[in-house]
Design a protein around this ligand. Structure first.
Ligand SMILES: *Cc1c(COP(=O)(O)O)cnc(C)c1O
Length: 361
């Protein structure tokens, strides 16, 4: 076995300890006599796993009692529709911040169901920073304000929560559990699992009780109603059982490391290694403005597309894979989620330095 450093943006690298554990339990989970994959989602043995996943996430993120944790399917992209269908139902209007490609997708989906008021956008500067929000643009009747905490493709992060009276709804797909967030700031948090939580196919929604009181639009599919899922502990139908089990193992792994604060410290160190290197030289440029930098997705370019391509292919030969930027941006992007070891980032920085010396511009 020769595992390589996988800097993919998602599905992304997983903690090796979690994979080992899953491997050991693949054929037979504990004394249950079967694989987790084979368990009925209504069985006692599976419910023990499910309850543990909920309890651990609640503990790690310090989720207050007036929130429900839902384990859904359909990826973060399905939430782009579920959110307006369930929540844009008081005044049929919502504020949205356009900070990247996924934010724009959320906006275009929401527009199908109501009036969307875009309160800030950095599209014209290729999303190189988080928009400066002009609070006078907020609609006082907005049913919520939607924003994307971490912009996976561009490598930017909201270091301040937007200040609005409207309930805050956020897409935390690429930064959930990477650092401390105050759940009380939000009415709804959602995240696809494949960046920081586990395998693709699982979506986590953390929703405040008062949001469950809102009446969904009349034509909302039953499967997309938060209340249906909350009333049935996410088991209105068969939930993504194996994905939930792996996420539970990831939560345990984080807890054993010392919880979110310990992970945040590690993530800070990893990001600092890369950004300090980027700031110390002139061969590579980091396009994101400093105060918007993401700790999870670090973007950089050489300024020469052919060299960028060469970088990506030579890196792969050195065991550093999936470092190409998103197809709409180009350049390079290192996704350094929780599971990326510090040694992986050190290997990347050393490769970058080497590449710069061997390929003068
Ligand atoms: C990956 C990602 C998405 C899309 O997630 P899917 O699970 O593929 O639907 C949405 N938002 C953000 C911020 C992401 O990083």
């Amino acid at each position: 076995m020769n595992r390589i450093y996988n800097f993919a943006a998602g599905p992304a690298t997983m903690p090796e300890a979690v994979l080992e554990r899953a491997k050991n339990e693949m054929l037979c989970h504990g004394t249950d006599g079967m694989s987790v994959m084979e368990m009925s989602h209504r069985s006692k043995m599976y419910l023990a796993i499910y309850d543990k996943a909920v309890a651990l996430l609640k503990e790690l993120m310090e989720i207050p009692d007036n929130y429900k944790i839902l384990f859904l399917q359909g990826g973060a992209s399905t939430q782009f529709a579920s959110i307006p269908l369930n929540l844009m139902t008081v005044n049929n209007k919502a504020d949205y911040i356009d900070s990247g490609n996924f934010a724009a997708k959320a906006i275009s989906e929401a527009k199908r169901y109501g009036k969307v008021n875009v309160v800030g956008s950095t599209k014209d500067i290729a999303y190189a920073r988080i928009p400066v929000i002009d609070e006078s643009k907020f609609d006082p009747e907005a049913d919520y304000l939607h924003f994307t905490t971490n912009n996976t493709i561009f490598g930017t992060h909201f270091n301040q929560v937007p200040k609005t009276k409207a309930p805050l709804v956020t897409d935390m797909s690429s930064s959930i559990l990477s650092r401390r967030y105050n759940v009380n700031d939000y009415a709804l948090i959602y995240a696809g699992a494949q960046k920081n939580l586990g395998p693709a196919g699982l979506t986590v929604v953390i929703i405040r009780d008062d949001m469950l009181e809102r009446t969904p639009m009349e034509f909302t599919p039953t499967m997309l109603k938060y209340k249906t899922m909350a009333d049935n502990d996410s088991m209105y139908n068969t939930p993504p059982t194996y994905g939930i089990y792996i996420a539970m193992l990831v939560f345990e792994w984080i807890k054993e490391l010392g919880g979110v604060d310990a992970i945040e410290k590690l993530n800070n160190e990893k990001a600092a290694l890369l950004y300090n290197y980027l700031d110390s030289q002139s061969y590579y440029t980091a396009p994101v403005e400093k105060d918007s930098r993401s700790m999870m997705n670090v973007t950089f370019v050489t300024g020469d597309q052919d060299l960028d391509k060469k970088f990506v292919s030579e890196a792969a030969k050195a065991g550093i894979v999936n470092i190409a930027g998103h197809r709409i941006v180009g350049g390079m992007r290192a996704s350094i989620y929780n599971a990326m070891p510090k040694a992986g980032v050190e290997a990347l920085v050393s490769f970058m330095d080497d590449f710069a010396k061997k390929n003068p511009k």
